[in-house]
Write a protein that binds this ligand. Structure first.
Ligand code: ATP
Ligand code: MG
Length: 370
């Protein structure tokens, strides 16, 4: 694997640049010690782009994002930008990236590091060793379906208040098949099992979802084990016995809920990575953006308190899913695990049992050393 990996780094605002600086140390380590070659570009997004260029994302940066193997993003936003026009808000930069790159598969792993098992909202023996991946459809479904709106409910005298709010859950077979393919591809790099969640018992879009996911499996991924579950049962199973799952694939709405619930199985917001993937490019790699789940955390920005692990684990996902460097990704995750096992803790990870308190940059150094 000697080809060069192109990467666009967009640190963003608040703690974004602080945690990204630690990822750069990790990238440098892999370059120096594993013979990997990274072609790294840097750009602005969010408030930092607004400050420099008057827009939350420039066309040049957008074009660059379209051309690289992977985009690595820190976080955007902050109180300084709260009064800006809607179209200039930092978040619009992020949304433009997602939309124009057409990133339809949102990946949220829930991985429980043994040293942090007591941070989980569940008991240690339920979550120890947990390693699941939720794949959420991100560009369609009830959040985008037409018709939508709040209207006068004219011909209905029995409706107290006289209004009706409408959203439409709409999925095409093509939208379902493409996110299903993402899930099956990912499963092949993991334990080769996919559980698809919908409500086929009460929703037409759920029936189509189930049929199309099954179709993709039968025709293209016969080697992957597929099961189906109603999403309400899935929510229950996720907090009852989460280790039964490997990859979960689900729609936009259910994925929104299930991935937030799964996040709490693992502890701090400072630990959670994510990826958003789109269609395969000419080189076979999917369009991809990687980012921590947390935001710009203005309350702790500039103080060296931020936990860089979510961003570092996002880079591990880039190694695995964009660069096919699965071994390097596992090694990086193991380094994080070892540092945590040694009791090294940023403030957000400091539990009652104590530990060695470290700054953002010390945490990065310890992970690189490990
Ligand atoms: P956004 O709207 O951008 O998602 P938010 O207000 O929902 O932002 P965050 O910015 O993620 O949330 O912050 C929520 C809380 O979690 C804050 O108190 C913040 O300090 C803390 N937090 C977030 N990320 C980290 C991190 N990497 N390390 C330590 N604490 C963090
Ligand atoms: Mg938030």
């Amino acid at each position: 694997m000697s080809d060069s990996y192109s990467l666009l780094i967009l640190p963003g605002d608040g703690i974004g640049p602080e945690v990204m600086a630690e990822v750069v140390k990790v990238i440098d380590w892999f370059s120096a010690n594993r013979g990997m070659s990274f072609d790294v570009r840097h750009g602005l997004v969010g408030g930092s782009s607004y400050d420099a260029h008057g827009v939350p994302l420039t066309d040049d940066t957008m074009a660059l994002a379209q051309s690289v193997d992977a985009v690595l993003l820190g976080a955007v936003g902050g109180p300084k930008y709260d009064t800006l026009d809607f179209s200039l808000k930092p978040e619009r930069g992020l949304l433009r990236l997602r939309k124009e790159m057409d990133l339809y598969a949102n990946l949220r792993p829930a991985q429980c590091f043994d040293a942090l098992a007591d941070f989980s909202s569940l008991k240690r023996d339920v979550v120890a060793g947990l390693d699941i991946l939720i794949v959420r459809e991100l560009t369609s479904g009830v959040y985008f379906g037409e018709p939508r709106g709040i209207h006068a409910d004219d011909n209905n005298p029995d409706n107290e208040g006289g209004r009706v709010g409408i959203n439409t859950q709409r999925y095409t077979s093509g939208e379902i098949r493409r996110v299903a393919r993402s899930a099956f591809e990912l499963a092949r790099k993991r334990s080769n099992r996919v559980c698809s969640m919908e409500k086929a018992n009460v929703m037409e879009s759920g029936i189509l979802w189930r049929e199309e996911v099954q179709w993709v499996r039968d025709n293209e991924y016969p080697d992957v084990e597929l099961s189906h579950m109603y999403a309400d049962n899935g929510a229950m199973q996720l907090v009852r016995n989460p280790r039964q799952f490997d990859v979960i694939v689900t729609d936009n709405l259910f994925g929104d809920l299930l991935s937030d619930a799964a996040a709490m199985l693992t502890g701090s917001l400072g630990m959670l990575p994510s990826a958003s993937l789109g269609a395969p490019m000419a080189n076979g790699r999917p369009k991809a953006m990687y980012e921590p789940v947390h935001g710009s955390a203005p309350d702790i920005a500039g103080q060296g308190k931020a936990n860089p692990i979510a961003c570092i684990l996002s880079f591990a996902m880039a190694l695995r899913y964009s660069f096919d460097e699965g071994q390097a990704a596992s090694d990086l995750e193991r380094a994080v695990e070892r540092v945590l096992a040694d009791g090294v803790r940023t403030a957000d990870l400091m539990g009652p049992e104590g530990g060695t308190p470290v700054s953002t940059s010390q945490m990065g150094d310890r992970i690189v050393a490990a």
